[in-house]
Design a protein around this ligand. Structure first.
Ligand code: BGC
Length: 580
């Protein structure tokens, strides 16, 4: 559903001075038990306005390490404002970065990359010296490179990474569960019977939803019905795990019932009972897909201090650690059930597609996958575009196009993002996640419920090459005002119908957001679910920094998030692509 964050490395192409310092050198092949050695490749990308991004590649040239501490001193006024893949601290000009639980092991010759965003005034001179575990890094040898390369490639079809007897792609050769409660609402709409038999996600969006609410039956009720629909064949049933403490920290529309500190209730009153139901022998032959905690971890990357997109409630959740603790706990508990397939949420391309958001998200997800007793084996894959509107594929322009020497990345719409659509984003994220440490067999889901963008406004060819903006705006399928817009978007249509293994690395296109259910209301509507009114759902709202201060693009008069929104459902059907 949500928001965009600012991009920083993004500006690299224009303003940037790239500098690389390679220090070090090599002791000629240290014998076992010899003094440690290391090499550090430090790259600072200045993005103008006194900000920069730092990448630090650490290579261990000595004996294997199980944890490490890197130290260096800034020669000028530089400050680390936010770091990732290590615990960062700074005292005066002295910076310390210590390893995380998942990247402390560094064998002889092994490297790890950590990074930070920084600020400076005057000149941004690289640090002159680095030490690792107290030893000055003097290694050198290989030539230096300033580019980050992503080399890992795998396709789905790799050996099953999971314990138990999970299959590589649960969607292959399986039916999909049709939620009768959603189906009835769809079928009651004029023309709704054309889609009412589609499989959609079942959102467990509050504790009461476990046993059932006015919005639909409870978890056991769905599983019983799933067993009936399976009729002895493999069947995928899709649940959305969505009830973290302090939920939806960057918006108000889907705030939840649990307060930021209520992690114990999340565990004992929410995750534990769900896991206990999933584990019942009666459901052993179902393939239970869970999508875990939409928007939570991406919010901790983009919507926190010192980003100018920061939201106080996200700072709270970052500081108290309860998103990470909760996600780790959910993965561990649900992943312990052998027929559960956990997919972690990765936002969407118009949010996490910028360089400074992309890698840090992969690494934060890896951290969460290893929190609360979980391990990466509990993550079967990732889901992109949940409840969002990003086009699956933009057929009329690519990220590599340019107009009169100006890259598409410099258009207002793309704004230095690295991706223009969800499929290219999902495939690239998969590789980056593997690089962060996830299993090479992970697969991707893409929510195509509302990204069809058909109807009369759909372009039929590329835009004119008169300017990069004319080219992109004339050719893009995604008709939103801005990719940071997320609430009940006007002009959207139903997208690709759910489908198994549609493209390399993609386990399925899915309809995780049930079409016709609102993203949120713009006016306060009393409720006992914790949901608030969100300006992003008001068509008259002129925006905030997270949507580039653009109009919200929302349909008027929406009900609370999750409630039936007939006018939206009708428009989604009208603008369906492929058409109904
Ligand atoms: C709401 C949930 C709802 C889900 C699916 C979310 O935005 O917060 O309550 O179940 O959408 O419609």
């Amino acid at each position: 559903m949500r928001l965009n964050g600012q991009r920083r490395w993004a500006a690299a192409g224009v303003v940037v001075a790239t500098s690389v310092a390679t220090l070090g050198v090599a002791l000629s092949a240290p014998p076992a038990g010899a003094a440690p050695g290391c090499r550090v490749d430090y790259t600072a990308n200045n993005w103008g306005g006194g900000g920069f991004g730092g990448k630090v590649k650490i290579t261990n040239l000595g004996d294997a390490l199980s944890s490490w501490t890197l130290k260096f001193t800034f020669p000028g006024s530089q400050k680390v404002t936010q770091g990732w893949s290590a615990t960062w601290s700074q005292s005066g000009a002295d910076v310390t970065a210590t390893s995380m639980s998942w990247n402390g092991n560094l064998g002889t010759g092994a490297s790890t990359e950590i990074g930070f965003n920084g600020s400076y005034t005057g000149t941004n001179t690289d640090p002159a010296s680095f030490s690792l575990n107290g030893v000055t890094c003097t290694g050198q040898q290989q030539p230096t490179t300033t580019t980050t390369t992503t080399t890992t490639t795998t396709t789905s079809g790799n050996p099953n990474p999971d314990p138990g007897n999970r299959v590589d792609n649960p969607y292959v050769g399986a039916k999909m569960y049709v939620n009768p409660d959603w189906s009835a609402k769809a079928a009651a709409e004029p023309g709704g019977s054309r889609v009412a038999n589609q499989p959609t996600g079942v959102w467990i969006d509050r504790i009461a939803a476990i046993t059932g609410t006015v919005d639909g039956r409870g978890v056991e009720g769905h599983l019983e019905e799933a067993v009936r629909q399976a009729a002895g064949s493999p069947l995928v049933i899709q649940f959305v795990i969505y009830n973290l403490p302090g939920r939806d920290c960057s918006a108000l529309a889907s705030n939840g019932e649990l307060k930021p500190t209520e992690i114990d209730r999340y565990k004992s009153e929410y995750i534990d009972p769900i896991a206990a139901i999933f584990a019942k022998p009666a459901y052993r032959n179902l393939r239970i897909v869970t999508t875990v905690e939409i928007d939570s971890l991406p919010n901790l990357v983009t919507n926190v201090t010192p980003r100018n997109t920061a939201v106080p409630a996200c700072d709270v959740m970052k500081a108290n650690g309860n998103y990470i603790t909760g996600v780790g706990y959910a993965l561990a508990k649900l992943g312990a059930v052998p027929n559960v397939y956990n997919y972690l949420d990765i936002g969407h391309h118009g949010w996490i597609g910028w360089d400074d958001n992309f890698g840090p998200t992969a690494e934060l997800l890896f951290q969460a996958a290893n929190a609360s007793g979980s391990t990466k084996a509990n993550v079967h894959g990732f889901i992109a575009n949940t409840a969002n509107y990003g086009a699956l594929k933009e057929p009329y322009f690519t990220i590599d196009d340019s107009v009169n020497g100006t890259s598409v990345r410099q258009s207002k719409w793309v704004d230095w993002n690295r991706y223009v659509d969800e499929q290219s984003y999902a495939q690239a994220f998969r590789q980056r996640a593997v690089q962060a440490g996830f299993d090479p067999g992970v697969g991707m889901l893409i929510d195509t419920s509302r990204n069809g963008w058909g109807g009369a406004a759909r372009p039929t060819g590329p835009g004119p090459k008169t300017s990069v903006d004319a080219y992109v705006n004339g050719g893009r399928l995604d008709r939103r005002i801005h990719t940071g817009n997320w609430c009940n978007q006007a002009g959207a249509g139903l997208g690709e119908r759910p489908k198994a293994a549609p493209a390399p690395g993609i386990d399925a296109y899915v309809w995780m957001k049930p079409p016709g259910e609102s993203d949120g209301a713009s006016k306060e509507i009393p409720n006992n679910e914790g949901k608030g009114a969100d300006k992003m759902c008001d068509p008259a709202y002129t925006g905030n920094i997270r949507n580039g201060n653009n109009m919200s693009g929302a349909l008027p008069d929406a009900p609370l998030s999750g409630k039936w929104f007939s006018a939206q459902f009708q428009e989604l059907m009208r603008n369906a692509y492929p058409a109904l």
